[in-house]
Design a protein around this ligand. Structure first.
Ligand SMILES: NC(=O)c1ccc[n+]([C@@H]2O[C@H](COP(=O)([O-])OP(=O)(O)OC[C@H]3O[C@@H](n4cnc5c(N)ncnc54)[C@H](OP(=O)(O)O)[C@@H]3O)[C@@H](O)[C@H]2O)c1
Length: 246
């Protein structure tokens, strides 16, 4: 399978290059700058259309502005598209959806298998404890740009879905502020080299339940993204979820 990695020089993209190479795929990369990663050639981004001409799948870990363009190029080339970039606004999400009309698109805010399990467990916890307060804390390395993380947003969407209402996302607290039942607190920490940690706290009735996922290396995201790429190739145009891969 020929796999092109966008963001191949980045923290996550370089792990995708390494994982796909280990599995014996034919790998090429693009980034803003050209460089080599793990003996894989990385081309400047403007060469992506030419690379897609004979590719099976594009895996993208860059920034939203670049991913919007990459999605359109994958759609034009009819190449399956796996996107792990986070931080899209509604226009970016609409562009990805539009690409899925012409090619198979799989977007996940987190390619760790444990996070998929966390989403299920959070749904079960929120359902079992309907009156409990919910607070979410996420921690990532100091280089992460978007906040809260894409995974945190996905967890909050699950909470809203189970509660049947859009809770008021309260980002940090300062000063005089009584907690309302309609709030969900969202707390973001950026420090050091933390790969990614999400903790959901449910509290009420004199008890506390905490559910935590911690990524211990970026290899977990790379492995999930390559699993998704292998699964997506050959599928009809459309929108796919990582849970379907698992
Ligand atoms: N879904 C998941 O499981 C998951 C896991 C981890 C991270 N992420 C997300 O993946 C994204 C990347 O994270 P990261 O930590 O790997 O970032 P990073 O280390 O900053 O790497 C970004 C990569 O994108 C390239 N890039 C930036 N702007 C570009 C453009 N305009 N055109 C083409 N390439 C461009 C960079 O190339 P240069 O080096 O040449 O600038 C670099 O290779 C973020 O949105 C992050 O939240 C998702």
């Amino acid at each position: 399978m020929k796999l092109v990695v966008a963001g191949a020089t980045g923290r996550t993209g370089s792990e995708v290059v390494a994982e796909a190479s280990r599995r014996g795929h034919d790998v090429e990369g693009v980034a803003r700058s050209s460089d080599d990663v793990e003996d894989v050639r990385v081309y400047p981004a403007d060469e992506l259309p030419a690379l897609l001409a004979d590719a099976d799948v594009l895996v993208d870990f860059t920034v939203p502005a670049a991913s919007r363009e990459h999605a359109a190029l994958a759609a034009e080339a009819g190449v399956a598209y796996v996107v792990g970039t986070t931080g899209f606004d509604s226009g970016g999400t609409a562009d990805l959806r539009a690409a899925s009309e012409s090619t198979a698109v799989l977007k996940a805010s987190n390619f760790a298998r444990g996070v998929q399990a966390l989403l299920d467990v959070v749904a079960a916890g929120v359902e079992a404890l309907p009156d409990y307060d919910v607070e979410l804390t996420e921690t990532h390395h100091s280089g992460k740009r978007d906040a809260p993380s894409g995974t945190a947003r996905t967890v909050l969407d699950v909470v809203d879905e189970v509660r049947g209402e859009e809770l008021d996302r309260t980002h940090g607290r300062e000063g005089e502020h009584g907690r309302e039942a309609s709030e969900v607190g969202v707390h973001v920490r950026r420090a050091g080299t933390v790969r990614g940690e999400h903790e959901v706290l449910l509290a009420g009735n004199d008890e506390v339940l905490t559910l935590t996922h911690r990524a211990e290396s970026r290899r977990v995201f790379a492995a999930g993204a390559v699993d998704a790429a292998e699964w997506l190739v050959g599928r009809d145009p459309g929108w796919y979820e990582f849970s379907e891969v698992l």
